[in-house]
Design a protein around this ligand. Structure first.
Ligand SMILES: NC(=O)c1ccc[n+]([C@@H]2O[C@H](COP(=O)([O-])OP(=O)(O)OC[C@H]3O[C@@H](n4cnc5c(N)ncnc54)[C@H](O)[C@@H]3O)[C@@H](O)[C@H]2O)c1
Length: 257
């Protein structure tokens, strides 16, 4: 067991990649705090996990007070946190002009202040708020720790719209700045930059948009949540004990850099 008895908070654990990470981590012996905007989906995930004593709860990662409250509940349940998977995220929000993209061929000029700000609040503020609270607990207990931040190929180059790309680039900035600062406390911070993965997030993407991406992918397919969860297990385990401040991109070769 590569994660035996380590306590991991997984955000966005009620769906897609987050759910699969929770399942894989538990199979490796981890204790999971599965949290999501909707408590019931997080609870469903806990129902799928190997082992006993896991935790599920609700959180809005975009809200500082909600994140503080959630970590308080996790701390009361487990008494410590060994790792965080900062996975919760969205690829669009109302007001970001995505509905006009197909019609007009552009999105940027249709994006409202609220549309841009809301997506950044979830994908960027959320990553920071959760990281900060997790690290407070790790430092309180003078324990080493691991943080995994979910970026994207949209964080590596011109993939995705302006707000999503900005948010996923920012996740890499947070990863590097905090890895540098926290290394001396034994806390490692890394990022994963998935390519196109089959989850509810991409289920709405029409085949005519997906087909050219599959064609341009040397491995000839889209990814599965398992492709990402395997990478996450490696980065969360001691097998990667000399790796921090880095990103890895399971993307089938679609993006190489
Ligand atoms: N699917 C892909 O192709 C892909 C590619 C690159 C990166 N990613 C990233 O991977 C992560 C997971 O994506 P997924 O494909 O599994 O999507 P998903 O939509 O299946 O799951 C995302 C989860 O995040 C939760 N969430 C959304 N806003 C939240 C909030 N404010 N607070 C708490 N939870 C919230 C949702 O409820 C959902 O359960 C995201 O950060 C996404 O940007 C996905």
């Amino acid at each position: 067991m590569r994660l035996a008895d380590r306590v991991f908070v997984v955000t966005g654990a009620g769906s897609g990649i987050g759910r699969e990470i929770a399942i894989r981590f538990a199979a490796e012996g981890a204790k999971i705090a599965a949290v999501d905007l909707r408590a019931e989906t997080a609870a469903q995930t806990v129902g799928m996990l190997a082992g006993q004593g896991h935790f599920s709860g609700a959180v809005d990662v975009a809200s500082g007070p909600s994140v503080v409250e959630m970590f308080g509940a996790v701390d009361r349940h487990f008494g410590r946190v060994d790792g965080l998977v900062n996975n919760a995220g969205v690829d669009h929000v109302p007001g970001d002009g995505r509905d006009l993209l197909m019609k007009t061929g552009q999105q940027t000029i249709h994006m409202s202040d609220e549309g841009f700000t809301k997506l950044m609040a979830i994908n960027v503020n959320g990553v920071f708020f959760c990281l900060r609270e997790a690290v407070k607990l790790m430092q309180r207990d003078k324990r080493p720790g691991v943080v995994l931040n979910m970026s994207s190929i949209a964080g590596l180059g011109p993939n995705g719209n302006v707000s999503y790309a900005a948010s996923k680039h920012a996740v890499l900035g947070i990863t590097r700045a905090t890895a540098r600062e926290l290394g001396r406390f034994g806390i490692r911070v890394n990022a994963i930059c998935p390519g196109v993965i089959d989850t509810p997030m991409t289920a709405g993407v029409p085949e005519f948009a997906l087909a050219p991406l599959k064609q341009a992918t040397p491995l000839g397919r889209t990814g599965t949540p398992a492709d990402i969860a395997q990478t996450a297990v490696f980065l969360a385990s001691d097998e990667s004990s000399f790796i921090t401040g880095q990103w890895i991109s399971p993307n089938g070769g679609l993006v190489m850099c």
